[in-house]
Design a protein around this ligand. Structure first.
Ligand SMILES: Cc1cc2nc3c(=O)[nH]c(=O)nc-3n(C[C@H](O)[C@H](O)[C@H](O)COP(=O)(O)OP(=O)(O)OC[C@H]3O[C@@H](n4cnc5c(N)ncnc54)[C@H](O)[C@@H]3O)c2cc1C
Length: 493
């Protein structure tokens, strides 16, 4: 027999956006249920595999309440490296990364709400820790315990607050009443179909990055067989369900976040592996070296900007190369400067000459030697200071493509080369919402009563590229808004 249960607000998904929505809806007084497709031990979505959030702070004093464990020495170091990220700075970083295409109304809400939202999260028990020592860092601070810690703490908050989490429960379809209001969700559980009645629904169940058919359909040829960085659960179900009732698609459906990954990385990742420490598959030292294809040719400006503002589009550039792979090339200086920290288990080779390195990696030797020779002639002498928060302006002269920052000659053996591929992180195409409430809009030009969305499902913020730490932050800012407004709608007399 078909099972039924009821809440004021049902939240679909178990990632950060969903849990922020659930916490906010509960705070607003609603009875809340959460549907998570994954089993309990793999709960938390891509959010459980993350590290950091990108938010506004006007001085290190704003960071103090978030990092009670940080020493004065840490705070001094942060004050020196990145003393503030104002609203104007965050706006500029995201517009720089997206080529000015981020929806200004959405971005304004995101920028304005980022610091109040991290304070709200800290009141729920979340903490941050300094993260300024890595040459490849995406941000100056990160979550305590990473995204895995973030998600475990948020689940614990919800469990304490009496929110029911339904695991292994995959939403299938939205239920509407005769006036078009969304009044529930039909879901598949191991026991069969469950109908969850609700007065409002928040869809926060990720993008379509784990769905090969949708990747091919929207992102294009080659994306169907690409490796995923994240969980296998985000198969575009929420987007499909919403489009089925006329939700308005919005944002960049043909682009996604995809970054350089170790060639041998597995096809997806699970939160349980992260809880055990997990192996690092990201290969983010490329701004300080050269990126070449099997012909030994460069194909991007590796130092176009800081790593945090270029890595999300590097995956696509690598996928477009022969065999869908590329090689990051460094010399002894990179190792001495600590740039290759985290590469200890990377797929690659070292050799005393470029020819020998090329032979070991399967790169055309003449091509690699010609590329490095031309680069060395165009690059300034001396060492880079591997600062991941500010571009250093050490650029090549007369080289195509240029290297606009962090240019350092490759002239000191041994040489190192690492094989990389494209790994998709998440998709950018989403739904159109009212920026003030996160309520989903209908193609008929009206809001859909009772339907809200957040996280990867919210369209319009990211286009072809992205600023690191923004997915979690946007999930939190709009998740909180979605949960608050869903609860208000649900509790209206
Ligand atoms: C390896 C990795 C590292 C990353 N690092 C960072 C970082 O440091 N900082 C950052 O900001 N971003 C990072 N990101 C991106 C970030 O994970 C996302 O932008 C963000 O987590 C999206 O949150 P979300 O809640 O929308 O999605 P997710 O966290 O992916 O959650 C989606 C949830 O929906 C569930 N679900 C899917 N379908 C259904 C269904 N039909 N019914 C019920 N539930 C369903 C899934 O099981 C999952 O729980 C990283 C991503 C990856 C993969």
């Amino acid at each position: 027999m078909e099972q039924t249960t009821a809440y004021d607000v049902v939240v679909v998904g178990g990632g950060n956006a969903a849990l922020c929505a659930a916490m906010a809806a509960r705070e607003a007084g609603a009875r809340v249920g959460v549907l998570e497709k994954a089993p309990r031990q793999e709960r938390g979505g891509n959010s459980a595999l993350t590290a950091q959030m990108r938010f506004v702070y006007n001085s290190v004093d704003d960071l103090r309440p978030l990092m009670p464990g940080a020493s004065e020495q840490d705070l001094r170091a942060i004050a020196e490296l990145l003393p503030r990220r104002t609203e104007a700075d965050l706006w500029d970083e995201i517009m720089r990364a997206t080529g000015g295409q981020s929806d200004p109304e959405l971005l304004q809400v995101h920028v304005r709400e980022s610091y109040p939202t991290v304070l709200w999260l800290s009141r729920k028990g979340h903490r941050w820790v300094p993260n300024y020592t890595e040459a490849t860092a995406g941000n100056i601070v990160q979550m305590e315990g990473g995204g895995y810690g973030l998600q475990q703490r948020s689940f614990a908050v919800l469990e304490r607050e009496g929110v029911t989490i339904h695991y292994e429960t995959a939403a299938l379809a939205l239920v509407q009443d005769s006036r078009g209001r969304v009044v529930g969700v039909r879901a598949l559980t191991p026991q069969g179909i469950l109908t969850v009645e609700a007065r409002a629904v928040v869809l926060a169940c990720g993008g379509f990055e784990s769905n090969a058919e949708m990747r091919a359909r929207y992102l294009g040829p080659g994306w169907d067989t690409v490796k995923m960085r994240g969980v296998p659960y985000n198969t575009g179900d929420g987007l499909r369900m919403a489009l089925e009732i006329g939700a308005l698609p919005y944002g960049s459906w043909s682009s996604c976040h995809a970054s350089p990954q170790d060639l041998q990385r597995p096809g997806f990742s699970l939160p349980s592996a992260r809880s055990l420490g997990g192996r690092e598959w990201n290969r983010y030292a490329y701004p300080f070296g050269l990126l070449v294809n099997v012909h030994g040719q460069r194909f991007v400006d590796e130092g176009e900007d800081i790593r945090a503002l270029t890595y999300a589009k590097m995956g696509r550039a690598i996928l477009a190369q022969p065999g869908g792979k590329a090689f990051q090339i460094f010399d002894a200086k990179a190792q001495r400067l600590g740039i290759l920290k985290g590469y200890e288990q990377a797929t690659g080779a070292s050799a005393d000459s470029l020819e020998a390195l090329a032979a070991k990696l399967g790169i055309d030797a003449a091509g690699l030697v010609a590329t490095v020779t031309a680069f060395n002639q165009a690059a300034p002498a001396g060492l880079v200071t591997p600062n991941p928060f500010r571009p250093d302006g050490r650029r090549t002269q007369g080289l195509t493509p240029p290297k606009s920052n962090y240019a350092m000659r490759l002239d000191e053996p041994p040489f190192f080369g690492y094989a990389v591929c494209c790994g998709i992180t998440f998709t950018f195409g989403g739904l159109r919402v009212d920026p003030a409430t996160a309520q989903v809009q209908h193609v008929a030009g009206r809001p859909i009563p009772g339907l809200y969305t957040a996280g990867e499902m919210l369209g319009g913020l990211w286009h072809w590229n992205y600023a690191s730490g923004s997915g979690l932050m946007a999930g939190a800012t709009f998740g909180r808004l979605a949960g608050t407004h869903a609860a208000r709608a649900a509790l209206e007399p």
